[in-house]
Write a protein that binds this ligand. Structure first.
Ligand code: C5P
Ligand code: C5P
Ligand code: ZN
Length: 479
């Protein structure tokens, strides 16, 4: 049997966490409401179930003091936090000291200044939590350790499929696919026959979008006359010497044979070059993609990236139960509901993006920001901010900060940076934590993507602090 520790550096903490879970009377599994949080919960739930450890599951938008109070009030001796917990370690340690529960944490966020015994986090062993291991990856490492310490049939390697959906949902994959510890999980999934890795077109929607939509909506590619151009995309496809319709309906990428794909990719590349698209962006048209081999071809679940969007469409709209059911294998009612939610999510993203493009952003010395008020849902404002970068008027060389109303008294802040800015010294996790604390809020996250909650009306002061902090980070590095 292959090693039970896909990520050797995490072996000790995974074993300790698994032992603690086995000793628990009952476990409360608490997880975050995004694609990574849902897949984390599904992996942990399956592993606990297979190990015959009784548990209950709850989801939370943000693990703050109030949320932890309610978790502490529940009747479980052990709380397993997945995809969050590290950032709130100070608060959690307080509950532990008070004897409320024993925490077990499988997370990848920047830890707060405190420590606890059962803490599995790539950042504690020098692995980058923003790009090399997700919450679902950390949960997978735990699941593998649990399998090895219990008498059970499954070694849990099938759960690698969900771990990869979580990592891709957290934007950990580049054009060349996943890296670092994530690749060890991919290898286990390939061996277990649940994941297929291939070199393919990188555009989003290969399983479910009819070809003209696949090309038209590929806004990242920005090919003049094709991207954002319905008629242009149809004309381009019609000019190819291929039969791309079946029964009068446009086929999807997944329906094409290898030689047909080849023709289409070459034509697209040629067209991009001819229209002056920079070489680096042309290269990005082809890259590594991941499919889940046990899922039906032509469904959102087959393609890891489409699967993760489907999950965001549930959990970020208070329907984590739907996404969890899909992760756990429901292909009937839950999948139908998830697809309805996906249509709604897509509409909200595109309306949100339009709103940002119309209203524009305010540029400060070291960052740019917009305040969406109640125009964009606080749970998706971070995704919209990320999508807005590169749109006309939104700069790529500055971090972007977005505000949205959370309630009458609270504002959600989301921040996104680029890998180039990280190399120059940017750490948005520290910026969000410090700037929010300066205005009586709290925050954290990753260097490249972070968030906070602050009191209503403190946005301007927050921007001032954040602007100054980013300036210091970039200055320090350049000196
Ligand atoms: O809480 P969690 O770690 O699951 O969320 C990470 C968030 O950061 C996701 O919303 C993901 O899309 C975002 N992210 C990003 N760009 C990156 C890495 C992460 O926007 N390069
Ligand atoms: O919500 P959003 O997608 O912008 O979150 C980006 C990252 O910041 C996520 O990893 C999230 O868990 C983290 N975050 C945080 N504290 C907050 C808000 C977000 O650690 N108050
Ligand atoms: Zn995550």
């Amino acid at each position: 049997m292959a090693s039970v520790h896909p990520v050797t550096a995490l072996a000790d903490s995974a074993t300790a966490c698994a032992e603690r879970l086995r000793a628990a009377d009952s476990v409360l599994l608490a997880s975050h409401i995004d694609a990574d949080g849902l897949t984390s919960a599904a992996i942990a739930a399956t592993a606990l179930e297979r190990a015959s450890i009784p548990f209950e599951t709850v989801f939370s938008k943000q693990l703050d003091a109030a949320e932890l109070e309610s978790i502490a009030a529940s009747d479980h001796d052990t709380v397993l936090f997945t995809d969050f917990g590290s950032g709130q370690l100070d608060l959690i340690a307080g509950h532990e000291a008070a004897g409320d529960f024993t925490p077990v944490i499988a997370d990848h966020h920047q830890p707060a200044d405190a420590s606890t015994e059962y803490h599995l986090n790539p950042l504690l062993v020098g692995i980058d939590g923003a790009s090399e291991l997700s919450g679902a990856g950390a949960s997978y490492v735990l699941a593998r350790a649990l399998a090895s310490s219990t008498q059970q049939d499954s070694d849990n390697r099938d759960l690698a499929a969900l771990a990869i959906v979580g990592a891709v949902g957290d934007m950990q994959a580049g054009v060349d696919g996943l890296s670092g510890a994530n690749t060890q999980i991919v290898s286990e999934g390939v061996e277990a026959g649940v994941i297929e890795e291939s070199t393919d077109l990188t555009l989003y929607g290969k399983q479910t979008r009819p070809l003209p939509k696949l090309l038209e909506y590929a806004s990242d590619a920005r090919i003049p006359g094709i991207s954002n151009d319905a008629a242009g995309a149809i004309e381009f496809l019609s000019d190819l010497d291929l039969d791309l319709k079946s029964d009068g309906e446009w086929r999807c990428w997944v329906d094409l044979a290898d030689d047909e794909r080849q023709v289409l990719v070459s034509a697209l590349v040629q067209r991009a070059v001819k229209s002056g698209v920079p070489a680096s962006r042309v290269d990005d048209l082809v890259g590594t993609s991941y499919q889940l081999t046990r899922e039906e071809p032509g469904t959102e679940l087959r393609d890891v990236s489409e699967f993760s969007t489907l999950l965001n469409a549930t959990a970020r709209y208070e329907r984590a139960d739907v996404g969890l059911a899909v992760c756990l294998g429901d292909r009937e009612a839950a999948l139908d509901r998830a697809r309805q939610l996906l249509r709604n999510h897509r509409r909200n993203l595109s309306e949100g993006l339009e709103w940002v493009k119309t209203e524009g952003v305010t540029v400060e010395d070291n960052l740019q920001w917009f305040d969406a008020g109640n125009r964009i849902r606080e749970t998706i404002v971070g995704i919209v901010a990320g999508m807005a970068v590169g749109a006309p008027g939104v700069r790529r060389d500055l971090p972007i900060i977005a505000f949205a109303e959370k309630s009458d008294s609270e504002i959600k802040v989301s921040a996104r940076g680029s890998h180039q800015l990280i190399r120059e010294g940017l750490d948005l996790s520290a910026v969000m934590r410090e700037a929010s604390r300066a205005v009586d809020g709290d925050g954290g996250g990753h260097d490249v993507a972070a968030g906070a909650t602050i009191p209503a009306g403190r946005q301007a002061a927050f921007v001032d602090h954040a602007n100054e902090l980013v300036g210091e980070q970039l200055d320090e590095k350049s000196n």
